[in-house]
Ligand binder design. Sequence first.
Ligand SMILES: CC(C)(COP(=O)(O)OP(=O)(O)OC[C@H]1O[C@@H](n2cnc3c(N)ncnc32)[C@H](O)[C@@H]1OP(=O)(O)O)[C@@H](O)C(=O)NCCC(=O)NCCS
Length: 306
Amino acid sequence: MSDKAEVRRVSEADYDVVMSIRSGVYGGYDYLPSMFKSLITQSHNKGYASIINGKFVAFCMVSKVDGGKTVVTRAGRVNKQYEGRGLYNALKLYLQKHVFSDGTISSHTVVYDDTNQSMMDKTSKGEFTLLMKRKVIGYRIDFDKMSVIAKRTHTTTNTRTLNEVDLITVFKSRSVCSTLFPQERIICNFVPYRLTERNIPLIFSEVSLIVGTGEPELSFITCGVYYRSENGHTFIIEVYGNNNFIREHLILHFQHALQYYPKEIDILIMCKENAADKIDSEIKECQLSNMDVGFKTVFLVEKNIK
Ligand SMILES: CC(C)(COP(=O)(O)OP(=O)(O)OC[C@H]1O[C@@H](n2cnc3c(N)ncnc32)[C@H](O)[C@@H]1OP(=O)(O)O)[C@@H](O)C(=O)NCCC(=O)NCCS
């Protein structure tokens, strides 16, 4: 008897079956288990699964950003038993036919890490255009050490938490954007956004914190996102601009992360390649030690959709 295969849009109620597809995604730093329910209920996100004989075997989340002009495919996974049989390609083909072809979408972006050799090969062959390459540096810190750092006071007064209005001002300033975001993208929680006002409500969430330094114009911005992963409490910090203020930003990010009462937390800093050494030595001044994340580089790539 032949297999019965179908692709179906998933809902909040499919949490358990989607999670059963695969564990250990992104080296255990997968955000999907803790964020699935909040993501899937937002109107710009849709999840799709391949089902074979009733079993969920592959999943992909599609986020429409940039006012609907860009689709981001993310959190993709295939059950290990079914891996390498073309299931992810089949799911992508379904999405191309049924989701990407509404006439408004002009580009498709993907964020992947250096464990995904196939995507790296495709990028070097020109199948995707490389937009950003970000270094990943990991640290593990315990609650007590974090509390000590979070109690420190700022040395400058112009480091502050940014709100949506602040980010509108940032996106409107050509000089700030060209300095901080030369690729015209900001990545928050693995999603790349163009610098448009319509993306701002998507960038902010209850688990995110955006911090900025600079007066009158910002010269340094960090985007922090907290979530629980298989590896435990996880905090991603994306860094943009003049990293001299990284330790001041850590104070605010740690104050934010402490509300989740982590016994221990893994901090993953993502930054420009040539800023990584400086950031690492600044952070080590806070007596934080490195941790192996499982991947060292993250790539943002794009493909035009005709
Ligand atoms: C990545 C993964 C989904 C691929 O599953 P698979 O069963 O090998 O899928 P397929 O047999 O269809 O082949 C993979 C195809 O998808 C492509 N692919 C892999 N990762 C991709 C991604 N993030 N976005 C788009 N395409 C991707 C590969 O280049 C390959 O294309 P090709 O056949 O033209 O060479 C699977 O290995 C997996 O679940 N890995 C762990 C989770 C993970 O790393 N996900 C990446 C999310 S960014």
